[in-house]
Design a binder for this molecule. Structure first.
Ligand code: ARG
Ligand code: ZN
Length: 873
């Protein structure tokens, strides 16, 4: 049953062209597929033809027009086999019936608020018709859609529109043709009564592209930002990578029932409406930024994913890691580069490092899977992006761009492997990538231990680095990887010293390739503070002997903005780890005046980049502390220690916080631009500290900000601050928000998130009550993620209640969703990804909840896979 990379074989048959005829009907949509097949020269002789299916009803099948009888076929809902097909090119016609209204899995053809839409990645096309549903079978698609004109005035598919017309009895049709051969996972169809926003983009080669964003009627004004983001993405890909769009039309459709964020179907991207819709009245700064980034991500897939796709699903990071890297660079160029880097690293550590350290750890390119949907993970996406970034850091920007150009040139139109991608960079750089490739095959976060020594007499500074990667499930021994270490030696004057090694200028990037590496810097006149892994040059955990004093110096003086932030974070994290120990032994945590001084820099009016300052002001998260501890984790002690530190910061910085809070008050009309968003983020960071410990004055201010808010960002952030502490103001604001915004599903989601993440003992009761409220809909993944997903993965103290109720609750929802939407059910189990690191009592309760699920009858492949791996010793 598990699929293994080592067992890859080319398909025995290829499909050159597909004609689909789709007769839409809410419960009985008839799909006729005409497939132009031929034996694959690279396949086996005399092989049977087995097409994939999933939940399909066969109506009829014919070869070259001759109907096949049932005994010519071996057919089931999940496959169709023809034992002895022609050994020459032939046409197979297959008609199937599907029920889009009953499709609650939201894979294949389903209905979202009445509109028809599809999701085919990874294996959803087989829920529409029998097919060779694998990414290395590339075909040219022509799609005829027919449906009720009144219900579905809009009929969309991939490529260019070639024909439309009436079909009688109130029905009409449209024919779409996509000239670019593509794998089935990039197919899409949308039909419904939708509003549209239109614009145009002229490519660098002069092609006029019509841009359309489809949304529910009445929400057109909320599609403007998405449209602007499309144009910015198209421009950027031309400038940064020389990539031009390749069809006459590019469409985005927003749907409200969607399992993931968005999907890069050729020419017809389908989006979770959460990542399209924005207006000043309804969206926060975070929403604007997410929309811009996800529109870019899906658009960039047109080259990294669509024109060049994956040979098989093990190569998923070939398109995802690379495309995440590209969207990160886009955002860095559109906004603040250091802020983007810091927030990406925060995200990487909180989810990917956690995944890598737990039972679900897997390599960036997995070697075996039971259910591919479970491998759309932070490891494949975010660590995959870090691997691309390291590659660039290691060979340099020019070689990187040359390698990308070669990749696009050589592999356009192909389904590729990581080896083929890497070969392009080996070729342009002349380097040997065999060791670098271990980043794709070894799971686990490497740890780098750094010891340093200054010899005043010899004027040398010696750095000893030792790397190791912990064992992960199924991988007990690890080999050294290529770790690019970007560093600087910062002198007492705050300036970088020249780096001299072996009598010659060196660095600033050093490759750590062995288990241990010693670098001796020469001509070092004074003892420097070493600034290590600048800009987070490798996705590793660093353990260094650098003293807090040096880190605090770097926090003030490092020329690398990422490391100024990192230095203060490291000091804070060390402090929090010590505080947790104090809390657990009933002692009062120590005060940290020097940390307060470092954080106070964030609120200095001289700091002009407010978004950056807000990052400085934000303490390490409870998850960061848990990961640092690694074992015997008590989430309540972490919460207490962090709360103690926040209150200490409030006491020390009170007047400065207040001054900053007032200085940053909103004045003009709302604008979501990065600088304005940064001011709001810093303002709320000040407010969060002012309200630390439930301090009355801070709570009153948060309530005033809520009531007087002139935009959704202030309103939601104020509510978030209020939600952390029980108070009448909290209840008043929560009730008000529901009254005013409760009818808008995306705003209801924000209200769910805020309540589900509250670190209060009655949170679980509220979440249960909200689940039963009319606004909640278990069939809608956004509602489920906002309420239950947040409670599970975003509320360390309440999910991990010592009584085990949090675990039992989330497991219960997983059980409920297991059959109706296994993908979303499996995602919720991400909450358990670090269960083994908990202290024994909670660990036992978490395990019991997982075992209960494991014993459930008729477990879906998705849920069974996660539960089994989570429990495997
Ligand atoms: N390719 C999409 C993206 O990252 C994600 C689709 C994931 N779909 C799934 N069923 N797992 O842009
Ligand atoms: Zn993607």
């Amino acid at each position: 049953r598990p699929v293994r990379l080592a067992e890859y074989r080319p398909s025995d048959f290829l499909i050159d062209a597909v004609e689909l005829d789709v007769m839409l009907d809410p419960t009985a949509t008839r799909v006729t597929a005409r497939l132009r097949l031929r034996p694959n020269p690279a396949g086996r002789d005399n092989a049977a033809l087995t097409l994939d299916g999933d939940d399909l009803n066969l109506v009829s099948a014919a070869i070259d027009g001759d109907p096949l009888r049932v005994d010519d076929l071996d057919v089931s809902p999940s496959s169709l086999t023809i034992a002895n097909p022609p050994r020459r090119p032939f046409e197979l016609t297959v008609t199937t019936l599907v029920d889009p209204s009953a499709n609650t899995k939201l894979m294949g053809l389903y209905r979202s608020n009445g509109a028809y839409c599809t999701q085919c990645e990874a294996e959803g096309f087989r829920r529409i018709t029998y097919f060779l549903d694998r990414p290395d079978v590339l075909a040219v698609y022509t799609i005829r859609i027919e449906g009720s004109e009144a219900e579905n005035p809009v009929l969309l598919s991939n490529g260019n529109l070639v024909e439309t017309g009436a079909a009688g009895e109130g029905r009409h049709f449209a024919v779409w043709h996509d000239p670019h051969p593509k794998p089935s996972y990039l197919f899409a169809l949308v039909a419904g009564d939708l509003g549209v926003v239109e614009d145009q983009f002229v490519t660098m080669g002069g092609r006029k592209v019509t841009l359309k964003v489809f949304v529910e009627h009445g929400k057109e004004d909320r599609a403007v930002h998405a449209m602007e983001s499309i144009k910015a993405s198209m421009r950027w890909d031309e400038e940064a990578f020389g990539r031009e769009y390749d069809l006459d039309v590019f469409m985005v459709v927003a749907v409200s029932y969607f399992n993931m964020g968005a999907m890069e179907n050729k020419g017809l991207n389908v989006f979770n409406d959460k990542y399209v819709l924005a207006s000043p009245e309804t969206a926060t700064d975070g929403d604007y930024a997410n929309i811009e980034a996800i529109i870019a991500h899906e658009y960039f897939h047109n080259w990294t994913g669509n024109r060049i796709t994956c040979r098989d699903w093990f190569q998923l990071c070939l398109k995802e890691g690379l495309t995440v890297f590209r969207d990160q660079e886009f955002t860095a160029d559109m906004r603040s580069r250091p802020v983007k880097r810091i927030s990406d690293v925060r995200g990487l550590r909180s989810v990917q490092f956690a995944e890598d350290a737990g039972p679900l750890a897997h390599p960036v390119r997995p070697e075996v899977y039971a259910e591919i949907n479970n491998f759309y993970t932070p490891t494949v996406y975010e660590k995959g992006a870090e691997v691309i970034r390291m590659l660039k850091t290691w060979i340099g920007g020019d070689a990187f761009r040359a390698g990308m150009d070669l990749y696009f040139d050589r592999h356009d139109g192909q389904a590729c492997t990581i080896e083929q991608f890497i070969a392009c960079f080996a070729e342009v750089s002349g380097r040997d990538f065999s060791q670098f490739l271990r980043w794709y095959s070894q799971a686990g976060t490497p740890e780098v231990r750094i010891a340093t020594a200054y010899d005043a007499e010899a004027r040398t500074f010696t750095l000893d680095a030792a790397q190791s990667t912990p064992a992960t499930p199924g991988q007990h021994t690890k080999l050294p990887v290529v770790i690019p270490l970007a560093l600087g030696l910062v002198g007492p004057d705050g300036r970088d010293m020249p780096l001299v090694v072996g009598g010659a200028p060196a660095g600033p990037v050093f490759a750590l390739t062995d288990e241990t590496t010693r670098i001796v810097f020469e001509n070092v006149e004074q003892r420097p503070a070493p600034s290590l892994f600048r800009n987070f040059s490798a996705p590793v955990k660093v353990v260094s002997d650098i003293a807090d004093d040096d880190l605090l110096f770097l926090a003030a003086h490092d020329s690398d903005p990422f490391n100024r932030w990192q230095a203060a974070q490291t000091v804070a994290l060390r402090h929090l780890v010590a505080s947790v120990a104090a809390v657990r032994s009933g002692r009062e945590p120590a005060d940290e005046p020097r940390l307060a001084e470092a954080l106070s820099r964030a609120f200095d009016p001289a700091e002009s980049d407010c978004a950056y300052a807000a990052q400085i002001a934000a303490l390490p998260s409870e998850g960061d502390v848990a990961r640092e501890l690694g074992e015997d984790v008590d989430p309540d002690a972490i919460h207490a220690a962090r709360g103690f530190l926040k209150s200490a910061m409030r006491r020390r910085l009170g007047p400065q916080l207040l001054a900053a809070y007032e200085r940053l008050a909103e004045t003009g009309p709302y604008s979501p631009d990065a600088a304005s968003a940064g001011r709001r983020a810093l303002k709320v960071a000040a407010l969060d500290l002012l309200a630390a410990g439930g301090e009355r004055d801070g709570i009153a201010r948060a309530h005033a900000l809520y009531s007087g808010a002139r935009n959704m960002t202030d309103r939601v952030m104020a509510l978030q601050v209020l939600s952390l502490h029980a108070s009448p103001e909290r209840e008043d604001a929560l009730a008000d928000f529901a009254r005013v915004y409760g009818q808008d599903p995306l705003l209801l989601d924000k209200w769910f998130v805020i309540q589900a993440s509250a670190p209060l003992p009655d949170t679980i009761d509220r979440v249960e009550t909200l689940m039963a409220s009319p606004g909640f809909d278990i069939r809608n993944p956004n509602r489920v993620r906002s309420l239950i997903g947040t409670f599970g993965a975003g509320n360390p103290t309440q999910f991990n209640r010592p009584d085990g109720r949090g675990y039992a609750f989330v497991a219960g929802v997983v059980a409920e969703l297991n059959a109706s939407n296994p993908q979303v059910a499996a995602r919720l189990l991400g909450a358990f990804r670090t269960w083994r690191s908990l202290e024994p009592q909670r660990r036992g309760k978490a395990e019991a909840a997982l075992r209960g699920l494991a014993d459930m009858p008729r477990l879906s492949a998705d849920v069974a896979d996660i539960v089994r791996r989570a429990l495997a010793a």
